[in-house]
Design a protein around this ligand. Structure first.
Ligand SMILES: [Zn+2]
Ligand SMILES: [Zn+2]
Ligand SMILES: [Zn+2]
Length: 325
């Protein structure tokens, strides 16, 4: 590290290891660099903005300073919150259904944060969020290097990665650059999801159709002919032109191998349990009010199933077909 590089110290420790920024720090008190523990000098002059001056150092460096401060700020915010002095820190999440950015307060069950915590898998995390004395989640601080991929994959708890500089700017809002926390559904979507389930259960019961929990994605729509509400299914296909039979048994009874005039041959189609007419793929997947508009079921995995179901529900919400009754 060059001696000429001026180290910036946005926050310094006092004697009790609490962080102060130069605006609230007081002249005549001792402050220390959070990284190397060297004394820093508070400068509050007429011209320059208040700042801490750090002596040129062979050992200290900017990255470590930012990293150390960010961790300490998170610890401080969490302990202030737990002491009832401030509101819970806010996690900036993305709702897995509507894909909108939403604020999620850090769950109450988090008891405290611990820095540089060694997990049972051997990894040391920057911040561990403790629930019942066990690390339940982790926060990694990025200053210049991202969390290495190996660690990201092997870490035994959900984690988020935060930009050190961002934490320093606002330690109360956690805006992850990587979010591996458990998936998050916003309040509005949670309610809409419930209405979707109630609705499909109702239609399924009326029509004697069973709702699967894998492979066959489902939604509801009006039959184009008899106008009654019915359950329709989507299943993984290699392409739009894949007319092979669905691969998982038992097959919902309304999926039938039928002749379609539009297609000009037999194919596996959704049918109406009331009037028996074919519900064409075009009507279901390509019309903006079709229940599977924009949904492309390709992958046959449980993850893909979950994602597609979320998209179907998300589209139903967007389309206004789940309006509160
Ligand atoms: Zn230092
Ligand atoms: Zn949402
Ligand atoms: Zn019908």
């Amino acid at each position: 590290m060059s001696k000429n590089v001026k180290l910036k110290v946005p926050f310094a420790f006092d004697d009790e290891k609490r962080l102060y920024n130069p605006h609230i720090a007081e002249k005549g008190r001792h402050y220390f660099c959070p990284a190397c523990k060297d004394t820093v000098i508070l400068r509050k002059g007429e011209i320059k903005a208040p700042h801490f001056a750090h002596k040129a150092s062979e050992t200290c460096n900017q990255e470590t300073i930012i990293h150390r401060i960010a961790k300490q700020l998170i610890l401080q915010v969490i302990s202030d919150w737990k002491a009832g002095q401030i509101d819970p820190p806010i996690l900036k999440r993305t709702c897995e259904i509507c894909r909108k950015p939403k604020d999620q307060p850090l769950p109450d069950k988090v008891e405290c944060a611990m820095l540089e915590y060694r997990m049972s898998d051997g990894f040391v995390v920057d911040v561990a969020l403790m629930v019942e004395n066990e690390p339940a989640a982790a926060i990694e601080i990025k200053v210049s290097h991202a969390v290495d991929e190996n660690k990201a994959e092997l870490l035994s708890v959900p984690f988020i990665e935060l930009e050190g500089q961002k934490v320093i700017e606002d330690p109360h809002a956690f805006e992850p650059i990587h979010d591996q926390f458990l998936s998050f559904t916003c309040g509005t979507c949670k309610q809409a999801k419930t209405r979707f389930q109630v609705k499909v259960n109702q239609i399924a019961k009326q029509t004697g159709v069973e709702l699967p929990n894998r492979y066959y994605r489902y939604g509801f729509c009006e039959c184009w002919r008899c106008k009654r509400e019915i359950i329709v299914f989507a299943w993984p296909k290699a392409s739009e032109w894949d007319y092979s039979a669905p691969k998982v048994k038992p097959m919902p009874k309304t999926i039938q191998y039928r002749y379609s005039k539009t297609v000009g041959s037999n194919y596996w189609a959704n049918t109406c349990p009331h009037c028996k007419s074919i519900q064409g793929d075009w009507h279901l997947f390509s019309e903006p009010d079709g229940p599977f508009f924009g949904i492309r079921c390709k992958e046959n995995s449980q993850d893909a199933y979950k994602r597609d179901m979320q998209n179907i529900i998300g589209y139903a919400i967007y389309n206004g077909v789940l309006a509160e009754s």
